[in-house]
Write a protein that binds this ligand. Structure first.
Ligand SMILES: [Zn+2]
Length: 296
């Protein structure tokens, strides 16, 4: 342990006054390596950094003085945290670091139906996250804060948009989010946790607990489950727990609303009605628009 590290309550700690539209970091979509851009310090913070960007981000006023934290430290810590959370989120690789600016509202001058409206639903949530982070408070998820349930034809951007939401909320809040695809594999994995011989025996409870309480959750492809009583009950328990915890939940489904209403005798649908904006996504196959940009 390095005794020279400044204390968290160091009286010499310096903070920066930044304008409301500058949280101290931004996403630079320029790809220099790999498949996506990177989150970087904003130029204002960069200009004041005197540690050279090397951990533990401390500066010495003079050769014999006590070290103080560099102004960049909290911003660099946030960036590192966001990168970690995105890598642990389960967001499919191709949608990681997809943000609102990259979600197209039009293609070659033609408006994509509903795309602008989707973005309008997301902005208030981003604002809440930004405010919570700025004021060091929990995210306000009272009854007026809703996720969304997107339903419509396959391939029209529902999953991509939910991933944009997840990336944005993690980016602005520094809090965790998860993406789960309700594939057969998901339920098979859960079932294996009840198998005495399975290496993941007994893990259903921690898995479900994490999914029930994580601040942001995307449930992708609702409706592909086999509708066995067990699977539907697991799903209801998850949705009900998130409802009770007032956690933001985003759902995609290729089913129509009548089919969702029939799940678990309407109990899942009634929870969604209170937790989510129900949005019928009527855009045509998004992949036609985006196969160049997004390489789906
Ligand atoms: Zn620095």
């Amino acid at each position: 342990m390095n005794d020279n590290l400044p204390k968290a309550s160091s009286p010499h700690r310096i903070t920066l006054e930044l304008p409301a539209n500058d949280p101290g970091y931004f996403y630079d979509p320029t790809v220099t390596a790999g498949t996506h851009g990177e989150i970087r310090l904003s130029p204002r913070v960069e200009a004041h950094c005197r540690c050279g960007g090397a951990p533990p981000y401390q500066v010495f006023e003079s050769p014999h003085s006590e070290p103080t934290w560099c102004v960049c430290r909290s911003y660099r810590t946030h960036i590192r945290n966001v990168n970690r959370l995105i890598s642990q989120s389960g967001i499919p690789e191709r949608f990681r670091y997809h943000f609102l600016d990259q979600f197209q509202e039009s293609h070659k001058g033609t408006e994509i139906p509903g795309a602008a409206r989707l973005k309008e639903h997301l902005r208030p949530l981003i604002y809440r996250c930004t405010e919570a982070k700025r004021n060091h408070k929990a995210i306000d998820t009272n009854s007026s804060a809703r996720g969304f349930l997107l339903w419509g034809e396959p391939g029209n951007g529902k999953t991509m948009f939910c991933c944009v939401a997840l990336n944005e909320l993690i980016f602005h809040s520094g809090q965790a989010g998860r993406f789960i695809g309700l594939s057969r594999k998901f339920f098979q994995t859960l079932r294996h946790t009840f198998d005495q011989d399975s290496p993941i025996h007994g893990q259903a409870i921690p898995i479900m607990e994490t999914l029930s309480t994580v601040p942001f959750l995307v449930i992708d492809d609702l409706g592909v489950q086999r509708d066995t009583e067990w699977e539907v009950e697991m799903l209801y328990n998850l949705v009900d727990a998130r409802y009770a915890e007032q956690r933001l939940t985003f759902v995609t489904t290729n089913k129509n609303i009548d089919e969702i209403k029939r799940l678990a005798g309407g109990r899942i649908y009634s929870r969604f009605l209170e937790m989510c904006h129900l949005i019928h996504v009527q855009a045509p196959d998004y992949r036609e628009y985006s196969k160049i940009e997004y390489e789906i």
